[in-house]
Write a protein that binds this ligand. Structure first.
Ligand SMILES: C[S@@+](CC[C@H](N)C(=O)[O-])C[C@H]1O[C@@H](n2cnc3c(N)ncnc32)[C@H](O)[C@@H]1O
Ligand code: SF4
Ligand code: SF4
Length: 414
C-alpha cells in the first residue's frame, strides 16, 4: 500500500564530483547544479511531509559553494539535514558549523584502508576523509560511515578495518552492496562474498555499541535463511523518492526515469498520480512469479528495482541463473498427479504442498510428457509462446518449484 507521501527524500543538488570512484552509479556531469532558489522551491513543494530528515547528496554536495545556505534553508523550513559526502572537503569554509548543528548529521564514504580507498576512489583523499571523521567525533556530531562493497574491498579484513574506525569515532557503520548501474556494472561482488559480509553484519549487530547494517537492498532469497533478517529491502517508489538537480522526481537517486518535476508541481500532485501511478502499475504487472509467491515480498519489494536485469535486482537474476544451471540438463519425469479444473483458468494440483496452475503452467507441465530435461521442455514451450526474458524466469521458477514439490522427479534413464 502506498503511503500518503514518501517517508524519505534525497535531494541531489549537483551531479558534479571531485572524485571518480570506479564503481560510481551516478552519471556525473559538471553542468548540473540545483540553484539555491530552486532548492527553496523544492522545500516548499515537498510539504506537508511525513519525514523530518532530508538527505542532501550528489554527485558531491560539497562541490556546491553555498552548501551551508542550503542546509540553513532546510533547517529553517523545519527539516534536519543528513549530508551524504565523500568527506574530502567537509572541513572547508563554513560547512562544519551547519553540519554539526544539533539535529543535522553526516554520512561519510570510506571504502577501506589508505591504499584501497585511494585506489577505488581514484583520489588521494584518505587522510582528509579521516580528518573529517575525527571532526565529527570532536564536535559530538551525528553520523555514519558508508562502505561500498565492490569486488576490490569485499574481504572481511578490509571491512573490519573501517568498522574499527567507526567504533573509535563513535559513528554508525553501514555497508552498501555495489549496484549494477553505470560504472558499478564492472565491480559486482559474488553472492558467496555477500553471504560472508551478511554474517559479519549479523554478528556485529548482536554485539556492537554502534549501529551496523546494510544501507541498500539485498534480496533475502539469495542468502541462507538465517541471514534473511540481516539485509534491507528497497522502498524506492513506495516510501522513498529522490530529486535531481533539474527538479526531476525519481523513485531513487540512481533512477534516470522522471516521474514528474517538483519545480513545477507540489509532491502531493505527483505522488500516486500520473507518471508515478504508471510506474507503479508497470512495476507490479512485471512481478516475477518467484516474488509473487515469496514470504518476504512486503519487506524486500523485489530488491533493487532498476538494475540491468529483467528481474530488476542483479542478485535475484544471478540466484535464478545458478538454480536453473543446476537442473537444466538433468533428466526428470512427470509424476502422475491430480490436476483439477478450478475457477475458470486456474487448475488445482493436489500435491503437498498444493499449487494453483494457470494455462501457461499447465502447457509447461505437458511438455514433460515428451521432453526429458528442463532445457528441452523450455525450448519446446518457448517455440510456441515467444517467451520474454521475464517469462523465462517464471518458467525456470515453475520448473524448480515442480521439482521441489515432487511433480517432476529425477530419473537417470535417458
Ligand atoms: C553516489 S554517492 C554521493 C555522495 C558522495 N559523493 C559520496 O561518495 O558519498 C552516495 C553513496 O553511494 C555509494 N555508491 C556509489 N556508487 C554506487 C553503486 N554503484 N552501488 C552502490 N553504492 C554506490 C557511494 O559510495 C556513496 O557511499
Ligand atoms: S561515489 Fe560519490 S565520490 Fe565517488 S564518484 Fe560517485 S559521487 Fe563522486
Ligand atoms: S521478494 Fe523476490 S527478490 Fe525479494 S526475497 Fe522474495 S523472491 Fe527474492
Amino acid at each position: 500500500m502506498l503511503l500518503p507521501s514518501p517517508a524519505q527524500i534525497t535531494i541531489l543538488i549537483t551531479l558534479d564530483c571531485d572524485f571518480s570512484c570506479c564503481f560510481c552509479c551516478v552519471a556525473r556531469s559538471k553542468k548540473s547544479v540545483m540553484a539555491l532558489h530552486n532548492f527553496q522551491i523544492v522545500l516548499k513543494n515537498i510539504q506537508p511531509s511525513l519525514f523530518s530528515t532530508l538527505s542532501i547528496t550528489g554527485g558531491e554536495p560539497s562541490m556546491v559553494a553555498d552548501l551551508p545556505m542550503y542546509i540553513e534553508a532546510a533547517n529553517a523550513a523545519g527539516y534536519n539535514v543528513n549530508i551524504i559526502t565523500n568527506g574530502y572537503s567537509l572541513l572547508n569554509s563554513d560547512l562544519p558549523k551547519s553540519v554539526f548543528k544539533a539535529g543535522n548529521s553526516v554520512s561519510i564514504s570510506l571504502h577501506g584502508d589508505e591504499k584501497t580507498h585511494n585506489a577505488i576512489t581514484n583520489s588521494k583523499s584518505y587522510k582528509n576523509v579521516l580528518k573529517s571523521l575525527e571532526a565529527v567525533r570532536v564536535n559530538n556530531g551525528r553520523g555514519r560511515i558508508l562502505y561500498t562493497l565492490t569486488k576490490y574491498n569485499s574481504n572481511l579484513d578490509s571491512i573490519e578495518y573501517v568498522y574499527d574506525i567507526a567504533v573509535e569515532k563513535g559513528l554508525d557503520f553501514f555497508l552498501a552492496r555495489v549496484n549494477s548501474i553505470n560504472d558499478g556494472k564492472g565491480c559486482m561482488v559474488p553472492i558467496s562474498d555477500l553471504e560472508k559480509v551478511a554474517q559479519f553484519v549479523a554478528d556485529k549487530k548482536a554485539n556492537s555499541k554502534i549501529k551496523v547494517g546494510f544501507s541498500n537492498p539485498i534480496p533475502p532469497c539469495v542468502l541462507p535463511a538465517h541471514l534473511g533478517a540481516t539485509v534491507s529491502g528497497c522502498s524506492s517508489g513506495y516510501g522513498f523518492v529522490s530529486v535531481r538537480p533539474d527538479g526531476a522526481l525519481t523513485i531513487c537517486s540512481e533512477s534516470a526515469e522522471s516521474i514528474g518535476n517538483i519545480f513545477q508541481q507540489p509532491l502531493s500532485e505527483l505522488w500516486g498520480k500520473g507518471l508515478h501511478k504508471q510506474w507503479i502499475d508497470r512495476f507490479e504487472a512485471a512481478t516475477p512469479l518467484i516474488c509473487a509467491n515469496c514470504e518476504h515480498i512486503v519487506r524486500c519489494r523485489r530488491g533493487c528495482k532498476i538494475e540491468d536485469s529483467p528481474l530488476g535486482d542483479f542478485y535475484l537474476r544471478e540466484h535464478m541463473d545458478t538454480r536453473w544451471g543446476i537442473i537444466r540438463e538433468r533428466k526428470y519425469k512427470l509424476k502422475k498427479v491430480k490436476i483439477l479444473k478450478h475457477d475458470g483458468l486456474n487448475y488445482f494440483c493436489s500435491t503437498t504442498p498444493s499449487r494453483f496452475f494457470n494455462d501457461a503452467i499447465l502447457d509447461l507441465v505437458r511438455e514433460f510428457r515428451t521432453a526429458s530435461t528442463p532445457a528441452d521442455a523450455f525450448q519446446r514451450f518457448a517455440a510456441r509462446t515467444q517467451t520474454t526474458p521475464l517469462e523465462f524466469y517464471d518458467v525456470a521458477y515453475s520448473i524448480i518449484d515442480m521439482i521441489e514439490i515432487g511433480v517432476l522427479y529425477e530419473s537417470q534413464a535417458a
